[in-house]
Design a protein around this ligand. Structure first.
Ligand SMILES: Cc1cc2nc3c(=O)[nH]c(=O)nc-3n(C[C@H](O)[C@H](O)[C@H](O)COP(=O)(O)O)c2cc1C
Length: 349
């Protein structure tokens, strides 16, 4: 009731202004101690990748790109947070408008283009805020002006920079808004990149005596055969998990809707089935070999349950939070609390 009124008011504002306003309000409430009046987070812990997740519902990357709001977001009841995508150097992203609401479909289209304040800013933020009691994943990318053949340099730079403070690191190869990025999900480009990053991770693990799991985030717009090849390459390289999925370029289900023809990635309800299908195909191909985190169109607790039934260990939400509010977190976390969760491969170090 309260959220539906707040949402109506927020939706009178342009989407990015509403986002900034909501985050500022969250920070203010956190600083004033008002978040303690929120219901307690759902405690339904699971251990995966050597980490303890408070519950199985996390924040998907992109909402807190710079780790500016982790205290308030933790207080909303998430089981874990993924911040980023962060790039080595700050960059402004695409011109505005670059974020569009499709309320009839509980969907968003975004072409933000990795707007972020750069990895140094993120590290400062993590240093200056109290460490949250839940895992923090850091999602890394490459700068727009770095050509694909030099992508490894950017990803390696970020991996080395965040290694000490990340609970896990996500290699984002699937944003549709950085030209050519998704080509890194294919063939030799993928092999070279993930093998290089796994070597870097091994060296960092030796040096620090701490093993940080590395996951790769994939697009939903991949045909079945390339998807299994992608999974094989990731497993051979030794990644710990896959996040499926990022936003889609597909406009099925939104034809004729206002903003449907805007370029960028579509998220929310029109993505649900497509992304659950990717989770299911990945799980049936890889068996229990690695962690799967499902993101894409979770707008009800049932959608979260469907993702776990399809083979996900954990889930993440973004667009559902905008349309349903924070109650979606506790509802989903409660619904998943009693579902079996097999701890799959543990860290090798
Ligand atoms: C405005 C916006 C910005 C996003 N930025 C990122 C990002 O920087 N990195 C990333 O890996 N995913 C990003 N995503 C994708 C989400 O993390 C998520 O994978 C996708 O939206 C599907 O989940 P959803 O339907 O719950 O939103 C973004 C999504 C939105 C809507």
């Amino acid at each position: 009731m309260l959220f539906s009124l707040t949402r109506r008011l927020l939706f009178l504002l342009p989407p990015e202004v509403a986002h900034d306003f909501s985050m500022a309000t969250l920070d203010g409430a956190q600083k004033l101690g008002l978040m303690r009046f929120r219901p307690d987070p759902i405690e339904a812990p699971v251990e995966l990748m050597g980490l303890r997740f408070r519950n199985r519902v996390g924040l998907a990357a992109g909402l807190d790109k710079n780790a500016d709001h982790i205290g308030g977001l933790e207080a909303l009841g998430f089981g874990f947070l993924e911040v980023g995508t962060i790039t080595p150097r700050p960059q402004p992203g695409n011109d505005r408008p670059r974020l569009f609401r499709l309320p009839e479909n509980q969907a968003l289209i975004n072409r933000m283009g990795f707007n972020n304040k750069g990895v140094d800013h993120l590290l400062e933020q993590l240093d200056n805020q109290p460490r949250p009691g839940i895992p923090i994943g850091i999602n890394i990318g490459k700068n727009r002006d770095t050509p694909n053949h030099q992508a490894l340099t950017d990803y390696r730079y970020c991996l080395e920079a965040v290694y000490d403070v990340a609970d896990y690191v996500t290699i984002n190869l699937s944003s549709p808004n950085t030209p050519g990025l998704r080509q890194l999900q294919e063939g030799q480009a993928l092999q070279g990149l993930v093998n290089g990053l796994m070597q870097t991770r091994a060296a960092l693990a030796d040096k620090t005596d701490r093993y940080v799991p590395v996951l790769v985030k994939v697009a939903p717009d991949i045909d079945p055969i390339p998807l299994t090849e992608l999974a094989d390459t990731l497993l051979e390289a030794g990644v710990d998990g896959i996040i499926a999925t990022n936003t889609t370029l597909d406009r099925q289900g939104v034809a004729g809707i206002k903003h449907a023809n805007e370029s960028g990635g579509l998220s929310g309800q029109p993505l649900t089935a497509k992304s659950t299908d990717v989770v299911q195909r990945l799980r049936s191909h890889i068996g229990k070999q690695c962690i799967l985190i499902a993101a894409g169109g979770i707008v009800t607790a049932k959608d979260a349950v469907d993702k776990v039934n399809a083979g996900a260990d954990l889930v993440q939400i973004y667009t559902g939070l905008i349309y349903q509010g924070p109650s979606l977190i506790s509802q989903s976390a409660s619904a998943l609390a009693n579902m079996p969760c097999e701890t799959r491969r543990s860290p090798s170090k």
